[in-house]
Design a protein around this ligand. Structure first.
Ligand code: ZN
Length: 501
């Protein structure tokens, strides 16, 4: 085969893959948002079939020599070479799995998800426990096909964040444990900030009216973005100009939907900012889970919780909820949205205690895969860690072990990237603030200009570079968790401990 013929074969192959990926992603978005539950079984069966077809294409063995040849051919353009390198890497991981095993695994993921949802609704871990056990066994089996000498959990960590393993995460979490756990204790014992006004009754229609304004401010426009509602907010995308997010409204919490929206739109913006020439190929994705999360957290916390952000938005929120917020000053509001308080729910956690929720999941995942924790007592182990690290009592499984969807479909190794993302963001923001006047842009409703900086600095590359290279490209330095730790220390000492000593 000539190089031209190989490139044509490669192009046909990625086009077919992207068609199946689009179908699967839309079916998933539909399932999680509007699809009637009664059709679950019918749809899941067909979805598993499509996933199997997609898998068969993605792991087609006759593509192995083509990808290998193209990735190593200096005469081929750099984008194609890089894409082939990544496809080849994935192929080596997946091609070893027999198709029927893959379909069975996918069906189990669907079944497990449905039971997790039921268990959460009924607040009963025992409904989910047998499926969790099967999901753990199933994922061990799937990873077993790779015949790698690397322990399974390390492989999982590397899948979500290439280059990471237990040793590196241990170092990262140890640094957090050493500096952040004592800070949480000090903050918990300090004089508390008044935030009760955020949790009065805020009618959902009023929240939705503010949301219309917020989406405009975030420049998340209908020509490329769409928002719906789900129990567990998330972002999905088909291509750079078709991104979908979800949010969740709570009547007794005026900021929950707001911050989840800023967060998910941060994910969507990242996908939107990737160079459209990569649409339909592997390069058209955020570079890693940690990098993706860095962008959403950058938007949610490092932009969305600043005074400058609310100088542009608070008057409108106040106008919407005169009765509840009319007498609350912007400074009181800012302090309230930055309150740190140990709590039960990860997605509702503040910036300071958030990484501890992740630390707990990380330690539990390690225990699951080294065999020291079994599914039978996983809820108790969970509750004990929450008590030990955050000092809170878990009374209901729905607010404890059942709160997150990740384990229901076997996404082990994913959680740690959430904490890593916050830490990446701290380093990016440090650089961004040296180069552009972020506060001025936020204050004057020029959110798109901040996104432009992110796009031009690195987001447009998609995964043309690896995460560590991107960190160096943007900040001139290797990733350093000290930026994150110092950010948290400065911020929360300022909020809670400044009048001491
Ligand atoms: Zn996220």
């Amino acid at each position: 085969m000539t190089t031209e013929q190989m490139i044509q074969k490669y192009k046909d192959w990625i086009f077919r893959q992207s068609a199946y990926q689009m179908a699967l992603s839309l079916i998933n978005f539909d399932k999680l948002t509007i699809a009637p539950k009664g059709g679950n079984e019918y749809r899941d069966e067909r979805e598993a079939y499509l996933a199997g077809e997609y898998f068969a294409i993605a792991t087609k063995k006759d593509m192995i020599p083509v990808l290998k040849a193209l990735k190593d051919d200096e005469n081929v353009d750099a984008d194609t070479r890089r894409a082939c390198e990544l496809y080849y890497k994935n192929m080596m991981k997946d091609a070893c799995i027999p198709k029927d095993e893959f379909i069975a695994w996918h069906a189990l993921q669907n079944e497990s998800y449905n039971h997790w949802l039921e268990a959460k609704q009924k607040n009963d871990y025992s409904i989910f426990e047998p499926y969790l056990k099967r999901i753990i066994e199933g994922s061990k089996k799937i990873y077993g096909f790779r015949e790698s000498d690397i322990p399974i959990y390390d492989q999982m960590l590397d899948d979500y964040e290439p280059g990471m393993d237990r040793e590196k995460y241990d170092r990262f979490f140890d640094a957090l444990k050493e500096r952040i756990l004592p800070l949480i204790k000090q903050v918990t014992e300090a004089k508390q900030i008044e935030d009760g006004f955020l949790y009065e009754k805020f009618d959902i229609d009023g929240q939705k009216a503010f949301m219309e304004h917020l989406l405009k401010y975030l420049e998340y426009t209908p020509d490329w973005g769409y928002q719906n509602e789900t129990e567990h907010p998330f972002t999905d995308w088909v291509c750079e100009n078709d991104c979908r997010t979800t949010t969740k409204y709570l009547e007794n919490n005026v900021v929950s939907a707001i911050f989840s929206t800023i967060h998910e739109c941060g994910h969507a913006w990242y996908e939107h900012n990737i160079d459209p020439k990569y649409d339909g190929m592997i390069l058209s994705n955020g570079v890693s889970s940690g990098m993706h999360e860095s962008e959403s957290r950058l938007c949610e916390n490092y932009l969305g919780r600043t005074k400058a952000f609310w100088e542009a938005n608070y008057p409108i929120l106040q106008e919407q909820f005169k009765e509840q917020l009319g007498n609350v000053s912007i400074d009181e509001f800012i302090r309230a949205v930055n309150v740190a308080k140990p709590s039960l729910i990860r997605t509702e956690a503040d910036e300071l205690t958030y990484p501890v929720h992740i630390l707990i999941r990380y330690e539990m995942e390690k225990g699951i895969f080294d065999g020291t924790i079994s599914t039978e007592h996983l809820d108790e182990a969970w509750n004990a860690k929450y008590k030990e690290y955050l000092g809170v009592d878990v009374k209901d499984a729905k607010d404890g072990i059942l709160q997150d969807v990740h384990w229901a479909d076997g996404s082990f190794g994913y959680f740690p990237t959430y904490a890593l993302g916050s830490a990446f963001a701290a380093q990016f923001v440090d650089q961004m603030r040296q180069e552009i006047n972020v506060d001025e842009m936020l204050r004057t409703s020029r959110y798109g200009e901040i996104q432009k900086w992110l796009r031009e600095k690195f987001q447009h590359y998609g995964c043309f570079y690896d995460a560590p290279d991107i960190m160096k490209l943007v900040t001139g330095k290797e990733f350093d968790p000290q930026y994150y730790i110092e950010y948290l220390e400065n911020k929360y000492r300022g909020l809670y401990l400044s009048d001491k000593k």
